[in-house]
Design a binder for this molecule. Structure first.
Ligand code: BGC
Length: 393
């Protein structure tokens, strides 16, 4: 009886926390309701035009100024992205104005306005909340400044020329497949066994997060439907599992609340998280709740951050998705060259990324799931992303 009352109180406070997590940060611009995934929206409207290749900005001129707007330095991947872009563009003779907005939407708008005012000839934007950038993107277009969307699609604008990213639904599929194999869900299904699972998904203002959730569910939904996977909070939809601005703190808080409110009598077997930062929050919550190596759940992530790789090696995170940001920067630089000089950009997708106004020609790099078995081979030996020393190998 007592336990039931306590669980109810915890569940109520948890829902309150989740509303804060998903619906609106204290000082940040409110996140809009989760957007329909780009291609669903396309199917619905059926009228998005194909983005046209822009005329080169400065075909006969060397160099030029490129504005690079990045979302935050609070997560390692964006520091690497910004560093790579700056280095590669400078090596080609461009002047680079690299700005980070620390997940402050208005700060990113101002930074882009300043880039336009100070004579940038091309903008590369990894958005925080792309819905908030529509006006400043229109200003850029009016000033004849082409825009390239970096990693996150810029929604609801015709001012974007190209998009460089990873296969974002593929990231979700890789996470789902990893869980399916790690827990041998088909064998569990055949034996009538089940595993508990909770979901920690990305920011509702980031189109990537919507696609990732769709990829995860493409693999795991059948196992949820037949009871092989049991989500005791019942929170499986994107709406219910999205975490505003990819906040590690919110993920930790949710996980703490889940463990106390729903997993007092039974262990959590799988924490399906969409981001290494979430995996750190989940790790802290699990440690706080007394989990050890004996009952540690499968914990997924994304980005192969250095700390995540170290956690994988020590067993407190199970897997991550490796996305080679240097490769992404290479592809993006070919797009900058295309809009600046009329060169041919590398494109491998002209149908998927409909931003509700145009279908943006894209290059999608391939994400790779890594765990302790292939970490060294993929991340160190093949990609040279970290050295063996950095990983303590
Ligand atoms: C990126 C992920 C990243 C996340 C949080 C997403 O848009 O695609 O790689 O983990 O943002 O920064």
């Amino acid at each position: 009886m007592k336990r039931k009352v306590l669980s109810t109180i915890l569940a109520i406070s948890m829902v309150a926390t989740m509303v804060v997590g998903c619906g609106g940060g204290s000082t940040q611009t409110e996140a809009p309701a989760a957007e329909a995934p780009a291609d669903d929206a396309a199917e619905a409207s059926g009228d998005s035009a194909q983005a046209e290749a822009p005329a080169p900005v400065a075909a006969d001129q060397e160099g030029g100024k490129i504005g690079v707007a990045m979302p935050t330095q609070s997560s390692e991947r964006w520091i690497k992205d910004g560093g790579n872009m700056k280095e590669k563009l400078e090596a080609l003779g461009y002047e680079v104005d690299l700005q980070y907005a620390e997940d402050d939407v208005q700060m990113q708008v101002s930074q882009i306005e300043n880039m336009i005012a100070s004579g940038a000839q091309c903008l590369v934007i990894a958005s925080i909340d792309s819905g908030a950038l529509v006006n400043v993107e229109a200003q850029a277009k009016e000033a004849g400044i082409p825009i390239i969307a970096y990693d996150r699609l810029l929604m609801d604008t015709d001012a974007v020329s190209y998009y460089a990213s990873f296969d974002n639904e593929g990231v979700g599929t890789a996470i789902g497949e990893y869980i399916k194999t790690a827990k041998d869900l088909d064998a569990a299904q055949a034996a009538g066994e089940s595993y508990t699972i909770e979901f920690f998904m990305g920011s509702p203002d980031d189109n990537n997060a919507v696609l990732l959730h769709r990829g995860v569910m493409g693999v795991l939904q059948p196992y949820l439907d037949d009871g092989t996977l049991v989500c005791k909070t019942g929170r499986t939809s994107f709406q219910d599992t999205c975490i505003l601005r990819w906040s590690q703190e919110t993920a930790q808080q949710w996980c703490e609340n889940y463990l106390t409110g729903f997993y007092a009598d039974e262990d959590l077997d799988i924490a399906c998280t969409a981001f290494d930062g979430f995996a750190y929050g989940v790790k802290a919550a699990l440690q706080g709740a007394g989990y050890t190596a004996d009952n540690w759940p499968v914990v997924t992530g994304q980005d192969a951050e250095l700390m995540a790789c170290k956690n994988i090696l020590d067993g407190t995170q199970t897997a991550t998705i490796f996305k080679d940001t240097s490769l992404l920067a290479d592809k993006c630089v070919t797009m900058v060259e295309a809009v600046m000089k009329g060169a041919e950009p590398e494109i491998n997708d002209t149908t998927t990324y409909d931003n509700n106004v145009v279908v943006v020609p894209s290059y999608l790099c391939t994400p790779v799931a890594v765990d302790k078995d292939n970490l060294q081979a993929v991340v160190v030996d093949e990609a040279n992303y970290y050295t063996a020393e950095e990983l303590g190998l």
